[in-house]
Ligand binder design. Structure first.
Ligand code: ZN
Length: 152
């Protein structure tokens, strides 16, 4: 294992052991639930939007290490962002884990250095759904969809 992937492994372990923004938000303006039946991951994303900006974002749920770390990293990345910026991050993250973009190309953005910890899932198609679940659920919460999201 090279130094870079060791660092990434540490980021994922850190966020799995101590997920950030892991709580049910009482004053959420939108929320959505997501399910990845392939792995059994479940996540609910809560948002508080104000003036077109993600004032606060949190999640709850249970799932594998990758899905938990990804949800935790997602909340850190989109907090304080405008809706446009949040959608851009969604697209960039999606392109990275599906192998359509080089994660290093995005390294100019500080949020992306941490998100790049999940780039390794592109080698494992089953794991891509674990990593993208929280992001798809975020997107549904941004659109305040009441239908549960499934990665299927
Ligand atoms: Zn999973």
């Amino acid at each position: 294992m090279n130094e870079l992937s060791e660092l990434y492994q540490e980021v994922i372990l850190d966020h799995t052991r101590a997920p950030r923004n892991f709580f049910e938000m009482g004053d959420a303006t939108g929320s959505a639930a997501g399910h990845n039946p392939l792995c059994g991951d479940r996540v609910t994303v809560y948002l508080h939007l104000e003036n077109g900006r993600v004032k606060n974002v949190s999640f709850q749920g249970s799932g594998c290490a990758i899905s938990t770390a990804s949800a935790s990293l997602m909340t850190e990345a989109v907090k304080g962002k405008t809706l446009d910026e949040a959608n851009r991050l969604f697209n960039a993250f999606h392109d990275m884990v599906t192998g359509q973009a080089d994660p290093l190309l995005e390294s100019g953005e500080p949020e992306f250095e941490k998100l790049a910890a999940l780039a390794g899932v592109r080698e494992f198609p089953m794991r891509v759904k674990c990593a993208t679940l929280a992001w798809h659920t975020l997107k549904a919460a941004l659109e305040d969809k009441s239908e549960p999201v499934s990665t299927e």
